[in-house]
Design a protein around this ligand. Sequence first.
Ligand code: SF4
Length: 233
Amino acid sequence: MSLRGSSTGSLLTIYTALYEHFGDPHWWPGETPFEVCVGAILTQNTAWSNVEMAISNMKGKGLLDPFALLSAPLDELVTAVLPAGYHNRKAAYLRSFSSYMVERYGGLITSMGQVPATRLRDELLKMKGVGEETADSMLCYAFNRPVLVMDAYTHRVLERYYGTSWHLPGPGTKGSYAAVQGHLMERLRGDALMYNRFHALIVLLAKDLCRKRPLCSDCPLRRFCDTGVEQTI
Ligand code: SF4
């Protein structure tokens, strides 16, 4: 398979242009690795503004700690995460994650962070409510590992960017996550910080300009992007 511009240079072009446009995104907005993991679970199927409210509630009740989260009454935790939606399910996921941390790592996220990335990813994927995107968000943003997070925004931007030469499976289809992630990580060799920023910049682009109806004339990628070139000639 060949993608127009699928060389390292092309992904670097995206990275560089977005970095110059948006600056350093300073992701992920969390004060501790545990808070980042909590946010990665809560952000599923909801807007980040709702997660912020839930995390603020948890902070107010002292629940951003695995021991406190496990010992608090369940209804208190459920009420705290209510703004993030699916509150019963997400409270159960947070308990499951905290329970694993406490039983296997003595509640120390630093001990968890010393596990090799591949093994840690396998462990995370076995937890309730942790899929590939959530596991990789934790690996990249809480544990500082060189892992590129994929999501629907990534698919949207890259499908438009590469146009007809994009032949990788679409979001939600079997194997698409690993296929797109593997493809990009082979072509954009980077460290944890670069992958951290790349994903964050793609999300900023998708929310700000590459929306459902793209605003190509204002986009820093318009000169390189198949869709942008078509829209602006
Ligand atoms: S030029 Fe348009 S389609 Fe291409 S990435 Fe930018 S906003 Fe999206």
